[in-house]
Design a protein around this ligand. Structure first.
Ligand code: 5AD
Ligand code: SF4
Length: 469
């Protein structure tokens, strides 16, 4: 079994990888014809997009999708390590798979994603779940076909690379919809925020080449896609690891010029957000006025301990500039409560920042200790009950502004991308505004994937109600 050296993940080499083209070996094509798979995805959009690739790989091998895991011939878990509860959910599912395997010894099982990159997890899985077919890391899930076939002869295959493998282009993708697509532009992250496991599980930042990205977007445009989301843990750092003078702003402008009707990008780190990017948002109507800008805390002391590289004042200045240049901007954020050492005063500074920024959406989390991150070792870990109480107060505060911002839209007409029809109600649809707000609306004979004007009639905390003309 290949035993990874996890220490290697901390290498500071620049560009220790190559770009290679993928093609599925003929021997694996249709190998599992007639068999079914169930794929469960945990975590962020990165994992969701990786799952689109895994699905396409499995389907090229002949597998068909099965929605009920108890009936599938193969179960794959694409896991997340960002917080302990994601971790626990995957282990819960692994336990259910173990029972199923006892009843059906032919069942094939695989684990991939961020948890496979954690040394402790790999050790535990090898010890308690040795009947798995494969454990595959985030840098090499394209090897699933080869490893799955090999496992039928040799048993559990573990292929986890601590150090970034080559960037693989031309992977097949089974996209969830025919109107909205994710496009990876950068993998990994170099920020090493002290609470975060991502730089260890996803590795150092590696940007795809300009040509590969623009080709993929052009193809999506030809295929009629209405919305493209440029994806990365920190998209603003795009290009910093490439030996070419081409920044995220330049990429965004090139993508906008191609004429994709709606362009989004996630996630932005405030530290790398340039004035050039703000100008682009103001200039191009097809770059959507919705920015996800994680702040994490409103206390400078905590931001410093988190290794976020900006102060509250810098964040507020950026928000002010964004709001001044993009009047219809919807701003969303991530906040962590109960980071080690967070006092009541620190937390109140976060609440005060929320009052100033008046976010349109916020993902709020209790700090979760992650093995191997610097914050794990910090003194003054906060009690769960205190974290819970702070989370509740924070949620009340952010929810207030979601509703207030939504109310301002009542009576306006919003352009909505129709994403689905209600199963329960006739002539009822749902979709998202340019500012990424969910709208439930009435309309007649609307096509999914079309952009339509919708008059907003009512506002709720997490959605809007309206009618199409
Ligand atoms: N505990 C709680 N929240 C975390 N996040 C990242 N790591 C942790 C952790 N250890 C949150 C951050 C990040 C989002 C994706 O997840 O807010 O922006
Ligand atoms: Fe994690 Fe910080 Fe990188 Fe975001 S920027 S992925 S929080 S290390």
């Amino acid at each position: 079994m290949h035993k990874p050296d996890f220490k290697e993940a901390k290498t500071t080499d620049k560009r220790p990888y190559e770009t290679k083209k993928f093609s599925l070996e003929d021997a694996y094509k249709n190998y599992f014809s007639g068999k079914t798979y169930f794929l469960k995805t945990y975590g962020c959009q990165m994992n969701e997009h990786d799952s689109e690739v895994i699905e396409a790989l499995l389907e090229e091998m002949g597998f068909q999708k099965e929605e009920d895991y108890e009936k599938a011939d193969l179960i794959v878990l694409n896991t997340c390590s960002i917080r302990e509860n994601a971790h626990n959910k995957a282990f819960g599912m692994l336990g259910r798979c173990k029972h199923l395997k006892e009843k059906r010894p032919d069942l094939m099982l695989g684990l991939c994603g961020c948890m496979s990159q954690e040394e402790v997890v790999v050790e535990e899985v090898c010890k308690h779940y040795p009947f798995l077919n494969f454990v595959v890391g985030t840098h090499n899930f394209y090897q699933i076909p080869e490893l799955l076939v090999k496992s039928l002869q040799e048993g559990l295959q573990v292929e986890v690379f601590s150090r970034e493998k080559d960037l693989i282009e031309d992977l097949p993708t089974e996209r969830k919809t025919s109107y909205k697509a994710y496009v990876n532009i950068i993998y990994g992250c170099d920020k090493f925020c002290t609470y975060c496991i991502v730089p260890y599980t996803r590795g150092r930042q590696r940007s795809r080449t300009k040509d590969a990205i623009l080709e993929e977007v052009k193809q999506l445009l030809e295929d009629g896609y209405q919305e493209v989301t440029l994806l990365g843990q920190n998209v603003n750092a795009y290009g910093k690891d490439l030996y070419q003078d081409y920044s995220f702003g330049e990429l965004l402008e090139d993508v906008a010029a191609l004429g994709v009707p709606r362009i989004r990008f996630v996630t932005s780190h405030p530290w790398d957000f340039t004035d050039h990017m703000i100008d682009l948002l103001a200039k191009y109507p097809n770059i959507m006025p919705s920015i996800h800008l994680p702040v994490q805390s409103g206390s400078n002391r905590i931001l410093k301990l988190m290794g976020r590289r900006y102060t509250k004042e810098m964040y507020l200045e950026l928000v002010q500039k964004l709001k001044a240049k993009i009047p219809n901007l919807a701003l969303s954020t991530d906040v962590i409560v109960g980071f080690p050492g967070e006092s009541e005063e620190d937390f109140e500074e976060t609440l005060a920042l929320v009052d100033i920024c008046q976010f349109d959406n916020a993902f709020t989390f209790m700090y979760s200790k992650r093995v191997g991150t610097p914050a794990e070792k910090l003194p003054q870990q906060i009690e769960e009950s205190v974290k819970e109480e702070r989370l509740q107060r924070l949620n009340e505060r952010v929810n207030h502004f979601f509703l207030e911002n939504n109310k301002k839209l009542v009576g306006t007409t919003q352009k909505v991308l129709v994403e689905g029809a209600s199963l329960k109600q006739k002539d009822a649809y749902f979709g998202y505004t340019e500012t990424n707000k969910l709208v439930n609306f009435s309309g007649k004979d609307l096509a999914i994937g079309q952009i339509v004007p919708v008059i907003i009639e009512d506002a709720k905390t997490w959605s809007l109600d309206g009618r199409a003309n």
